[in-house]
Write a protein that binds this ligand. Structure first.
Ligand code: ADP
Length: 628
């Protein structure tokens, strides 16, 4: 007997709303229907295991078919099926906690996922692409009768006897005219690849051609023939569902290639596997990155029970680990709620901490196990570690054990090792230990040499993240500050009491200052006369550490730093009053000669800093030749 009824929701006809609202990601209808089919299949398997179903399980492959002429898409399973009563219960009474709440939520909701999952509307997403939806189903219960249900997207449905002769369910979509794109093989294949590639039950989508052996020809060579075989689109046991001790490096690398066919092999990986207090599995890979500008976020794919959900894992994975690749699978992550809720969610926080800890443990293990290999990888890992140190305090605490500093000789030190190395020599009169660093080893060579001459060590800090990292280290390390090696003359980088006596009288100093200011004639350079070792250069041009650092940070996007970025460069010109050249300038015949010598000494300093370019450089060379 055909029975008619009304789907029990209290809001007036929600389908037009769902349809319109969800239009943007309507492809997820297939994810929802295939997931339902997989669930139904797993349930019958479970019942069989528990001895509550005694019949044959048979072939439990889920099948997706389409018919371009009839404009239908059918998802079929051999799952547990439904009786007419169950259809009424599960399909007709849309499971949401109240019409009022629903109406509220769909106004706020930003995407289809939010609303579909929250209100158990998975099945109804079919109406995003279909004018009419039909269910043909036969329950596994002994003596159950096949049942059918059809609905044209209004709140009216028809329920009655069905045509299915074997256990399971067909969901048939009569695709609407705006959604005919889904009646293309490649389109359906693409959606299945995206969402269903790792589902736990085999999914068949049509057939594919394969070459198989076909005996031998007269010469004994193998013969091949083409056959049509089922096109199974998924891998039912992806590596994250297995235990790490069942897997070898090749398995991990193969899976990586499957996920990112165009990427270089990863550096290493971490297998995540926890079931308490939340459930999470996954494999995270450390990619090999050539430079920071190549970094790609959103490379981690998020799954829930092997169903692909999204590759926007922001909030679930700590910010600094967004640079990793791989998969995370957790049924405990609320996938369908708003971002603000996600941030406040206790599980999400725990997951965040867990991942941070696992990554730190792995790095620590690699460091301890084979320091040399770890050092060799530091160029690639360093970025993650520094980023992590800056952004997560918890990570800093662990990371300080395996964070490396590299000096200009290419030697690596942990933070503690480095402190021990330089403390004795590089502590100033105020008991501050000064770490010197270079951001460009070849450009700052003259300064590195001067520092080395004083037995100072110089670190290499040449990546964009380093300006932030330096700032952070200073905040963390006790009684330690960092100075770029060219931020002052070597003599003054680390101020000790053993200053040199000034060989110039005050009058002479003023005169020298005047001569240089006139010769330079540029306000961005402020001239100071200092008493340095006669061994030091006669003139040194430096940029103040603070100013330079602020500008560096502004460049790599430090919050609120843009003010500094807009300031013009300003340099300090240190004249070494104790150098013979200065004496020579003072004793020169006339002002013209003085200016010439001063200009020459100044240009020489600019040259050492890499600041002398273009016409100034050409003029300098010409003048120098003239002096020979
Ligand atoms: P959810 O899957 O979130 O519960 P759905 O709207 O997708 O919400 O489905 C509602 C219910 O309908 C399911 O919980 C299940 O009981 C039933 N159902 C849907 N599809 C099938 C199917 N292919 N086989 C058996 N039962 C199904």
């Amino acid at each position: 007997m055909q029975e008619k009824g009304t789907i029990s929701i209290h809001t007036e006809n929600i389908f037009p709303i769902i349809k319109k609202f969800l239009y943007s990601d309507n492809e997820i209808f297939l994810r929802e229907l295939v997931s339902n089919a997989v669930d139904a299949t797993q349930k019958i398997k479970r019942l069989a295991q528990l001895g509550q179903y005694a019949g044959e399980l048979g072939d439990t492959t889920v099948k997706v078919n389409f018919d371009k002429d009839k404009k239908t898409i059918t998802v079929s399973d051999s799952g547990l099926g439904m009786t007419a009563e169950e259809i009424k219960k599960y399909i007709n009474q849309i499971a949401f906690s109240g019409a009022a709440e629903f109406v509220e939520k769909f106004k706020e909701a930003k995407d289809a996922n939010e609303i579909i999952g929250k209100f158990g509307l998975g099945f109804y997403s079919a109406f995003m692409v279909a004018d009419k939806v039909e269910i043909q189903t036969l329950s596994y219960h002994d003596g159950a009768a096949p049942a059918s249900w059809t609905c044209d997207g209004s709140t009216e449905f028809e329920i009655g006897p069905g045509t299915r002769t074997t256990r399971g369910t067909d969901v048939i979509l009569y695709v609407n005219s705006e959604s005919e794109e889904f009646l293309e093989k490649f389109k359906l294949q693409e959606i299945l690849d995206k969402y269903a590639k790792f589902l736990p039950v085999p999914i068949q989508f049509g057939t594919k051609t394969e070459s198989v052996e076909d005996g031998e020809d007269e010469e004994g060579k193998k013969k091949w023939k083409s056959v049509e075989v089922d096109n199974i689109i998924n891998d039912t046991t992806p590596i994250w569902t297995k235990s790490p001790n069942e897997l070898n490096d090749e398995d991990y690398l193969k899976f990586y290639k499957e996920l990112y066919p165009f990427s270089e092999d990863p550096l290493f990986w971490i297998h995540l596997n926890v079931d308490y207090p939340f459930n999470l599995t996954g494999v995270l890979y450390f990619p090999k990155v050539k430079n920071e500008f190549e970094l790609q976020r959103n490379k981690i794919k998020l799954f829930s029970r092997q169903v692909f959900i999204t590759d926007e894992v922001k909030d679930i994975v700590p910010e600094f680990l967004m640079l990793l690749h791989g998969v995370i699978d957790s049924p405990d992550i609320p996938l369908n709620v708003s971002r603000s809720f996600l941030q406040a969610d206790g599980n999400v926080k725990k997951i965040n901490n867990y991942i941070t800890k696992k990554v730190a443990d792995k790095l620590s293990e690699l460091f301890k196990k084979d320091r040399q290999a770890y050092e060799a990888k530091w160029n690639d890992i360093g970025l993650f570690v520094k980023y992590g140190m800056i952004s997560e305090d918890k990570f800093y605490e662990k990371g300080k054990e395996f964070t490396l500093l590299k000096n200009t000789d290419g030697a690596f030190f942990t933070l503690n090792e480095y402190s021990d190395k330089v403390k004795a020599i590089q502590t100033d009169k105020n008991d501050q230990t000064i770490y010197l660093y270079a951001t460009n080893v070849s450009k700052q060579d003259a300064f590195i040499q001067s520092a080395n001459k004083k037995d100072y060590d110089v670190l290499v800090m040449d990546s964009p993240i380093d300006s932030h990292f330096i700032q952070h280290l200073e905040g963390k390390l006790e009684k330690t500050s960092l100075k770029r090696v060219d931020s002052d003359v070597a003599e003054k980088l680390i101020q000790k009491d053993d200053g040199y006596a000034n060989l110039l009288t005050e009058e002479q100093s003023t005169k020298v200052k005047e001569v240089f200011e006139k010769a330079i004639a540029n306000k961005t350079y402020s001239v100071e006369v200092e008493s340095l070792s006669p061994e030091e250069l006669p003139v040194t041009v430096t940029m103040d550490e603070f100013m330079r650092r602020m500008k560096d940070m502004a460049q790599t996007g430090g919050g609120g730093m843009s003010f500094y970025g807009s300031l013009p460069d300003s340099y300090k010109v240190a004249i070494n009053g104790n150098h013979g050249v200065i004496d020579k300038i003072l004793k020169a015949e006339n002002e013209e000669e003085q200016a010439k010598l001063a200009k020459q000494a100044f240009d020489l300093a600019l040259l050492a800093q890499g600041l002398l370019t273009g016409k100034d450089l050409t003029d300098f060379v010409k003048r120098s030749v003239g002096m020979l």
